[in-house]
Design a protein around this ligand. Structure first.
Ligand code: NAI
Ligand code: MG
Length: 496
């Protein structure tokens, strides 16, 4: 059996594929293994899905290779665009179902899950638009030579995605890869395989030739490692932890030196100057850290507030956070659902205990919520010093660390005091401060008077140990294309 009937409170009954999606069909794994998918809201088993091992990775990679060398090459850029448009339309048509499956499996608040699916539609459509606008260049080096530079697909792309935005990461990875003419073997995170498999049915429905997009469920150490060390995978794109990012680079180096892009974690500073509109700033700081239950690579987890408004800020921020509804992800009023897994829950609770022991002050939260499901109270720590773990390490949960700064110079110094560099924000009403601080921060994205407002037209990625390469925008096309130079001699032989 490679599908099962499931139910969500939002969608009612639906057909959940459970197989590996290879060559446009759902199949069982070669080793006959399955693994359980847990509902983070009540810790129950939702279902089991088929697990890919090395043999299945081999099969998926050869399907992708065959498609790449065969029928996919014959598809025109315009038709690749049309397929992505069709896929975007199907995501739009199935928005309610995709969002419901995402909430069931990930625990994401349903309103946020719908936002994610809408963002997938935008991203897929955007890259559909790019497919027939990927252009080369003619370069004049002298009258005896004609040079042209063309963009070519890289080939078979291995893509490994995390559990915090299962569908959105699926779209960020597949959109640009396919627009540029590559084929794909994508592995979902073992915590959240379900929505990607529902989305796989839409690949087939949209009319993609078999083998162009293959989606497999499986574990990092087995299927993930097999993809990143595979000799016939030309490129690997990964989103996840820095630890695994390093392993992927090593695997690429130790196998065929495949092209690597990494989108890793962060510990992003959210800097509030005294001249900021305080209600606005608090609203964005709240959204910056507590959106998606704090499970965001770009979460604004280090909050620096200028000393003259520090006390007032904390009081008002606490009031604002108390309004975040934590609970059942299927309740339309819920802002924050459960953390994704027992493991993540335990990691976050350990950080909270560490913060308490280190002497930071718990302003609010600091505890589990309820006794079933992986719910954690939104937690604010104040008086956090730079050396504390909760100020330096990625917690990936609803936990925010606050401290104060004196002036612009100190704000920049503290903002840059991290090994990461994914995102940052500045809240101020002074244009000069905004620009000066934005330009000085080591981060791939700096938001001013906003937070977490990503857009598919804007490149996203990290400085320092937050990663390599950029996703989204035109920049992502670079990561999925080779640049070929063709140089044609027009004159006579040069050397007799
Ligand atoms: P992880 O990095 O282990 O998992 C992400 C993906 O990598 C999953 O698909 C997993 O199966 C795969 N993977 C794991 N080991 C692999 C290996 N050796 N080779 C190839 N693929 C492998 O992240 P995890 O353990 O789920 O979360 C741990 C921490 O990582 C979080 O607390 C958070 O700090 C960070 N993280 C960052 C994310 C981001 O968006 N940048 C997303 C998820 C986690
Ligand atoms: Mg892991």
């Amino acid at each position: 059996m490679t599908s099962i009937k499931l139910k969500t409170p939002a969608s009612g009954e639906y057909e959940q594929p459970t197989g590996l999606f290879i060559n446009n069909e759902f199949v069982k794994g070669q080793d006959g293994k399955t693994f359980e998918v847990i509902n983070p809201t009540d810790e129950s088993v939702i279902c089991s899905v088929h697990e890919a091992t090395e043999k299945d990775v081999d099969i998926a990679v050869s399907a992708a290779r065959k498609a790449f060398e065969g029928p996919w090459r014959q598809v025109t850029p315009g038709d690749r665009g049309k397929l992505l448009f069709k896929l975007a339309d199907l995501f739009e048509k199935n928005l309610e179902l995709l969002a419901a499956v995402e909430s069931l499996d990930n625990g994401k608040a349903i309103t946020m899950a719908k936002g994610d699916v809408a963002a997938c539609v935008g991203c897929l459509r955007y890259y559909g638009g790019w497919a027939d606008k990927i252009e080369g260049k003619v370069v004049d080096t002298g009258s005896d030579t004609f040079n042209y530079i063309r963009k070519e697909p890289i080939g078979v792309c291995g893509q490994i995605i995390p559990w915090n935005f299962p569908l959105l990461m699926w779209s960020w990875k597949i959109g640009p890869a396919v627009a540029c003419g590559n084929t794909v073997v994508l592995k979902t995170a073992e915590q959240t395989p379900l929505s990607a498999l529902v989305a796989a049915t839409l690949i087939k429905e949209a009319g993609f030739p078999p083998g162009v997009v293959n989606i497999i469920s499986g574990f990092g150490k087995v299927a993930g490692a097999a993809i990143s060390s595979h000799m016939d995978v030309d490129k690997i794109a990964f989103t996840g932890s820095t630890v695994v990012g390093r392993q992927i680079m090593k695997a690429a180096a130790g196998s065929n030196l495949k092209n690597v892009t990494l989108e890793l974690g962060g510990k992003s500073p959210n800097i509030v100057f005294a001249d900021a509109d305080i209600d606005n700033a608090i609203s964005w700081v709240n959204f910056g850290i507590f959106f998606n239950h704090g499970q965001c690579c770009c979460a604004g987890s280090r909050v620096y507030v200028q000393e003259s408004i520090y006390d007032k800020f904390i009081e008002r921020f606490k009031e604002r956070t108390a309004k975040n509804v934590v609970g059942d992800p299927f309740d339309e009023n819920t802002f924050q659902g459960p953390q994704v897994s027992q493991l993540q829950f335990d990691r976050i609770m350990e950080y909270i205990e560490h913060g308490k022991e280190a002497g930071a002050k718990v302003e609010t939260g600091g505890k589990r919520k309820g006794d079933k499901g992986y719910f954690i109270e939104p937690t604010i720590f104040s008086n956090v010093t730079e050396d504390m773990k909760i100020m330096q390490e990625e917690i990936f949960g609803p936990v925010c660390s606050i401290s104060k700064f004196k002036d612009k110079e100190e704000a920049i110094r503290l903002g840059n005091h991290a090994t990461y560099g994914l995102a940052a924000a500045v809240h101020t009403s002074n244009l000069n401060t905004a620009i000066e601080v934005s330009n000085a921060l080591k981060a791939g994205t700096v938001w001013v008077n906003t937070y977490n407002t990503l857009h598919h037209q804007l490149p996203f990625g990290g400085y320092q140990s937050s990663g390599i390469g950029r996703e989204l925008g035109e920049a992502a096309l670079e990561n999925y294309s080779h640049t070929k130079t063709v140089s044609i001699r027009l004159g006579d032989a040069l050397f007799g």
